[in-house]
Design a protein around this ligand. Structure first.
Ligand SMILES: Cc1cc2nc3c(=O)[nH]c(=O)nc-3n(C[C@H](O)[C@H](O)[C@H](O)COP(=O)(O)OP(=O)(O)OC[C@H]3O[C@@H](n4cnc5c(N)ncnc54)[C@H](O)[C@@H]3O)c2cc1C
Length: 451
């Protein structure tokens, strides 16, 4: 899966980031010296749980408030069909020196290297593009990414600049495939809203991506062990006027010395939490300007496989950008006859208004285009609707053409040394990823411990 890796490998190499051993250090319960201060963490996703665990190790009393009836947030695994379906994150991107790699093994999560080279991309007539043709197109695509960035002004969208520079390619189906399965998947955006200037100014770890095969929620289950987590506890208000921070949870008051807000950008955008006093104008602007993108996932299961099970990925080049054009073959790492496909950008949002049978029809049209009309319908479908999820309102954050990457730093800034912010949307260098979210939690926990 080419998220991050495609752009980073081609646009300028991999940066170095030194992870200190203390980032991953654990601490026995009996060594912890209580410091008498309480931190209330809002949200039990990976950022909130990482922070809570770290704060507890530093002697704080920590209460985690989670709106849903379970922890994990966008690390959510559904096992009802026997095959673990990760509705949110699936991959550890760039596992070399990525803190999630160690965490995954500590948590008992198993991984498999998903080889990007094991892909065949098909035209709508069922004929695969040759490797040479595809490699050449990908090279041109890489050059186009660079050209768009170089030609852009800060308020232009990627699509606007691309269409001007590459009018022929903008209507070409293979290019629409690359723009969505590579760029929109990577950034979480629709290219009509993505900043042409800042779309790639984040960082990535090295190494080929691995997928977690027994469920990403193993990691958040592990991080949550031993913490005081209160489920079904949506926070509706945070008052930081007085010395202590006062929160409203299910109509009841709760207070602590500090609050750490780790809810998604979409929740902040939808004003689900009222702040008193109001958030500073710069923070409100950043919340408004940065975007929450949408990506949906669809798992289809059959009794037997009709596709080439030796392939890791199957690509398809339909007219509509972002529409079921990339398939992940589960037979490579499980015994299940399952394919996962995706909807990116604006098409992802469109899928949320379609019924299950409409979704299956649309996906089957693409698979029939490749494998012929005689292939059977799947026995089961599982799907996501991230845009409608009221605990997230989208998949992950991206820099829109109305914003700049500085907005991620503004979202990370704290209020009066009392209210702190974590989450993938606060980690400029690793936004939109599990490791970015995790690192943001560690960052804020250490900030609080230093006060
Ligand atoms: C479809 C999809 C695919 C992805 N693929 C990958 C991938 O392959 N690799 C990768 O590295 N990353 C991927 N990501 C991104 C990754 O999942 C996220 O960046 C990361 O999980 C975010 O963690 P978080 O702690 O910031 O937020 P979340 O996990 O969203 O946690 C926030 C928590 O806050 C809770 N909450 C919301 N409102 C309130 C409230 N008012 N009161 C209390 N609690 C509240 C939510 O219920 C949630 O549990 C993907 C995401 C999606 C959606």
């Amino acid at each position: 899966m080419k998220r991050r890796k495609f752009i980073k490998d081609t646009l300028g190499g991999l940066p170095l980031l030194v992870l200190t051993p203390s980032l991953l250090a654990s601490c026995a319960e009996d060594e912890i010296k209580p410091n008498g201060k309480t931190v209330i963490v809002i949200g039990a996703g990976i950022s909130g749980l990482a922070a809570a665990r770290r704060l507890k190790q530093n002697g704080f009393t920590v209460i985690v408030l989670e709106a849903q009836g379970k922890i994990g947030g966008r690390l959510r695994t559904d096992r009802t069909l026997g095959v673990p379906f990760d509705a949110g994150a699936s991959w550890i991107h760039g596992p070399n020196r990525n803190p999630i790699r160690n965490l995954a093994s500590q948590a008992g999560a198993t991984t498999f290297l998903t080889d990007d080279e094991q892909v065949k991309v098909f035209d709508t007539n069922g004929v695969p593009y040759t490797d040479a043709f595809l490699t050449n197109a990908e090279n041109q695509f890489t050059n186009a990414l660079r050209d768009v960035k170089n030609a852009s002004t800060p308020t232009q969208s990627f699509e606007a600049v691309f269409n001007t520079l590459y009018p022929t390619q903008s209507t070409n189906r293979l290019w629409k495939y690359m723009l969505s399965a590579y760029l929109e998947f990577d950034t979480g955006s629709d290219i009509s809203l993505l900043s042409a200037k800042y779309f790639d100014d984040d960082e990535a770890f090295g190494g080929s991506d691995v997928i977690i095969t027994n469920g990403y929620d193993k990691i958040t289950d592990y991080l949550g062990l031993g913490l005081d987590i209160r489920l079904n506890s949506p926070v509706s208000a945070i008052d930081y006027t007085e010395n202590k921070v006062k929160l409203t949870v299910n109509g009841e008051a709760l207070e602590g010395e500090y609050a750490l807000v780790s809810v998604p950008l979409g929740v902040l955008k939808n004003n689900r939490i009222a702040f008193t006093p109001d958030l500073p104008v710069a923070k409100l602007d950043a919340i408004h300007q940065l975007s929450m993108g949408n990506i949906n996932k669809f798992l289809l299961v059959w009794d037997s496989a009709f596709w080439d099970t030796s392939l890791q990925y199957i690509g398809y080049t339909p007219e509509t950008k972002g529409k079921f054009n990339y398939f992940l073959n589960f037979r490579k790492f499980t015994s299940h006859n399952a394919l996962m496909t995706f909807a990116f950008g604006n098409y992802a949002t469109h899928t949320e208004s379609l019924t299950d049978s409409e979704i299956i029809d649309e996906i089957m049209q693409h698979l029939k285009g490749i494998y012929g009309n005689n292939i059977p319908n799947p026995s089961h479908l599982q799907r996501t609707k991230w845009g409608q999820d009221e605990n997230t309102f989208g998949a992950y954050s991206f820099v829109s053409n109305a914003s700049s990457s500085e907005d991620f730093d503004i979202l990370a800034s704290s209020l009066n040394n009392k209210v702190f912010f974590a989450g993938e949307h606060t980690e400029r260098d690793y936004r939109g990823t599990t490791h970015g979210a995790y690192l943001s939690g560690i960052r804020e926990a250490d900030k609080i411990a230093r006060i």
